[in-house]
Design a protein around this ligand. Structure first.
Ligand SMILES: [Zn+2]
Ligand SMILES: [Zn+2]
Length: 333
């Protein structure tokens, strides 16, 4: 099969590699769509630890074409979203933290390739009628669903999301589906604000046109939002979230801040308002629930560009430019 292998820095090599052979409990999937993630961008920029040579790509969908001897032959032909790791359900992390932190996890192969091999458990059947392109959004969406699931959302809640990239969009959509009454999207790019509107945003905020705090105060009679989610990965914006929440409000950290970054916040304010700061990393236990959770969302416009397997470097460059929302690779054309 053909695969695009990362060699370090911004270097990639397109070439033939042996077809994967499924282990007894594994399946082989013909990859349909792979999303380019901010993590892929960070790996090529040396900002996320990773050792080459490696096939990158961890957000994908496809069709099962081969199964190992312990897997039902009936799975061949199934349309699936692929998780990046399996879980044992028994280790300390599975029991007390989340499945996505399983200590005995078996990893899926990298998805920037024509075929992928992974544990049968990690290949999740998608709903009838759901497109494989939407299914490829399962991994980023599951991280947002996991984060939102950790909040308790009061009736009539007002929530603010800072950042209209893919993570902010899904976070906003799940806040709405979990009971938030009024959702505000704060995002400087107009096209991204428009997509947020499609996904249920009630109020749109352009940071160039005024301070978010003023808008939230107008909206809440000066009390502040119940929830503020940061989906950019910038410490100053996490601090902004702390500023716009009401006493006992929740700040949800969906974005990945740089390692070593301090939180530039008035800790007196934090203490006095009894703010809760909630980290949100990874898929938690919800990957398998996510395809159904996103199947009814209006996701037209979320995919900003499609590329062939040879064009992985270009897709990563375009993804880093911040112009679109989600760029995808189509390994089999
Ligand atoms: Zn990702
Ligand atoms: Zn485990």
């Amino acid at each position: 099969m053909r695969a695009n292998t990362w060699l370090g820095g911004d270097r990639f090599e397109m070439g033939e590699v042996p077809d994967p052979v499924p282990g007894p409990d594994q399946v082989v999937v013909r990859v349909d769509t792979v999303g380019v993630c901010g993590t892929d961008v960070h790996i090529t920029q040396g900002l996320f630890p990773s050792t080459p040579p490696l096939v990158l790509g961890h957000e994908a969908s496809g069709e099962i074409v081969e199964v190992g001897k312990n897997v039902s032959l009936a799975r061949i032909g199934e349309r699936v979203a692929m998780d990046t790791t399996s879980h044992c359900g028994e280790c300390e992390n599975c029991r007390t933290w989340t499945w996505s932190r399983c200590e005995n996890a078996v990893k899926s192969s990298g998805f920037f390739a024509e075929l992928a091999v992974l544990p049968s458990q990690s290949a999740h059947r998608i709903p009838e009628g759901m497109s494989l392109e939407t299914a490829a959004l399962t991994e980023p969406a599951s991280c947002c669903l996991s984060g939102v699931s950790r909040l308790s959302i009061p009736a009539g809640a007002v929530a603010v999301v800072i950042g209209g990239g893919i993570m902010g969009q899904f976070t906003l959509a799940f806040l709405k589906s979990h009971g938030v009454k009024t959702a505000v999207m704060s995002e400087p790019v107009r096209t991204r604000r428009e997509i947020a509107r499609e996904l249920g945003a009630d109020v749109l905020h352009d940071p160039a046109e005024g301070d978010l705090n003023d808008l939230v105060n107008d909206l809440t009679g000066g009390r502040g939002a119940h929830i503020a989610a940061e989906a950019v990965g910038r410490p100053a914006l996490v601090a902004k979230c702390a500023e716009v929440v009401r006493p006992r409000g929740d700040v949800l950290m969906i974005g990945v801040c740089p390692q070593g970054a301090p939180l530039p916040v008035d800790l007196y304010d934090f203490h006095y308002k009894e703010i809760r700061l909630q980290g949100a990393f990874g898929r938690g236990n919800v990957f398998g629930d996510t395809p159904a959770a996103i199947s009814s969302l209006k996701l037209d416009g979320v995919i900003s560009g499609r590329y062939s397997l040879d064009e992985v470097p270009q897709a990563i460059t375009d993804s880093a430019s911040g112009k679109g929302i989600k760029f995808v690779i189509k390994p089999n054309g």
